[in-house]
Design a protein around this ligand. Structure first.
Ligand code: SAM
Length: 431
């Protein structure tokens, strides 16, 4: 424990000095503290080392019996409380500055004072809200994050209401279907009692009546946008995943590009590039008019089902981010074959590139546990939602070979601090 504590002290020193030198506020629980630590590579490396050592020190200080007992006892309430706070939008019922009485919160959200007080008190043990004086509640930086970024609420909703519900059906799904390669044989299909053959995407599209229909699809896109804002899944990692500047004037087709947050990030940095965002009808309809001013001449939206052949021929880049991990091998093979038809073979550094941004599943010990945990969580998320998985390097090679013998991986880059890698694939001329 002493060794871990010393490691933490030295990394904290590093972060403190860098933030001071940049006049950036030090992390704290105050509601006006920044929602994320800066993207600076040295700060991020120190931050991961701190989390790694701090996690271990907590486990050692708890001791094994208490640790395991508390995992089963406390964590489910952490998640349930987060879901309740989100459902009743308690985030916005409490002002960012000052404090408010439990009575007032209760009246505002319409649930009994006794309940909301008990729920908030558990949240406070995780530094989500605080009780500055008895009978009153105020924001911390953690609860304030959900006010400052509305898309976090979508992220919590999708993860707990949809995937969380699926997880409680995972055992039944394994017993019923075993290892499946059918995305409609996933725990989520049992949890939501979906019609035969439907996957999560039909559920997201069809749930709700009248004007509410499709609300889940919109929320899912907002959740994906939330994920891409900071941390190990941040869109910022795209920059280090590929030498974008080398493309010059180029067209990128973002297949399953959702509301286009990754394209907006790239468009801001590479003014010679054009972008076509393809997604399902309901996603395109929700977001086609939402582009930031000035980028709409270089970014267009197009409804396209990637289960049928790619309509844009000979693009410089076909980009698949967090798409293939959604689908088991037979479906992923089909998605890739639909793109091959449109690709121009690669010769003399010219032709189409396929850039796959997804995790290349590391072996245990290859990356810090905090990064590994994101990979394993994503892997299990895919299992529960679509009977799918994260892939190792060998899995990627086998998948690409099965889709087309001409596919060749020419580079795999893992940006520092990113849970994803960028796999650069081209189509060789020879058959
Ligand atoms: C996990 S999200 C990834 C979104 C984005 N590329 C990212 O990295 O955040 C998967 C996306 O695939 C889209 N999608 C699912 N099925 C599709 C289909 N058959 N054709 C086109 N897009 C589809 C979803 O609507 C969603 O936007």
């Amino acid at each position: 424990m002493k060794e871990l504590a010393e490691r933490i002290c030295s990394q904290v020193d590093t972060i403190t000095k860098i933030l001071d030198s940049q006049s950036v506020q030090q992390p704290s629980f105050r509601p006006d503290a920044p929602s994320a630590i800066p993207d600076d590579k040295q700060v991020q490396a120190a931050r991961i080392a701190i989390i790694e050592a701090a996690n271990d020190i907590i486990l050692l200080a708890q001791g094994p019996a208490e640790y395991i007992r508390n995992e089963a006892f406390v964590k489910k309430h952490d998640v349930s409380v987060l879901s309740i706070l989100n459902h009743y939008d308690v985030w916005n019922a409490i002002p960012l500055e000052g404090k408010v009485s439990y009575d007032d919160v209760s009246k505002k959200i319409g649930i009994p004072r006794n309940y909301i007080r008990r729920i908030l008190r558990h949240a406070m043990t995780r530094r989500i809200f605080c009780e500055p004086t008895t009978g009153y509640v105020a924001h911390t930086t953690n609860s304030a994050a959900a006010v400052k970024d509305g898309s976090l609420s979508a992220w919590i909703g999708h993860n707990i209401d949809e995937v969380g519900r699926a997880l409680s059906w995972q055992v039944e799904a394994i017993d019923k279907w075993g290892e499946t390669e059918d995305p409609s044989n996933a725990a989520l299909c049992l949890a939501m009692d979906l019609p035969e053959g439907n996957t999560i995407f039909e559920f997201l599209q069809n749930d709700g009546e009248g004007e509410k229909k499709g609300w889940r699809a919109k929320r899912f896109s907002l959740a994906m946008a939330a994920m891409s804002k900071t941390g190990s899944f941040s869109s910022k990692h795209i920059h280090d995943g590929f030498d974008w500047a080398s493309l010059g004037e180029a067209t990128l087709v973002d297949i399953g590009g959702s509301s286009g947050y990754d394209d907006i990030e790239l468009a801001r940095h590479y003014p010679s590039m054009k972008f076509i965002i393809q997604d399902r009808d309901e996603v395109i309809i929700s977001f086609k008019d939402s582009l930031p001013c000035g980028l709409d001449s270089r970014i267009t939206f197009q409804s396209h089902d990637f289960m049928i052949p790619q309509p844009v021929n000979g693009a410089d880049v076909y980009f698949l981010k967090h798409i293939l991990h959604d689908w088991p091998d037979p479906v992923s093979t089909k998605i890739l074959q639909n793109i091959v038809l449109a690709m121009t073979p690669f010769q003399n550094n010219r032709g189409s590139r396929l850039l796959i941004m997804d995790s290349v599943m590391p072996e245990m010990g290859e990356v810090p546990l905090t990064i590994m945990q994101l990979n394993t969580a994503m892997d299990l998320q895919m299992m529960a939602a679509l009977g799918a998985k994260e892939r190792t390097r060998a899995d990627w090679e086998a998948l690409l070979r099965a889709a087309d013998q001409r596919f060749r991986i020419i580079n795999v880059r893992q940006p520092v601090g990113s849970a994803d890698a960028v796999i650069e694939v081209v189509l060789d001329l020879q058959t």
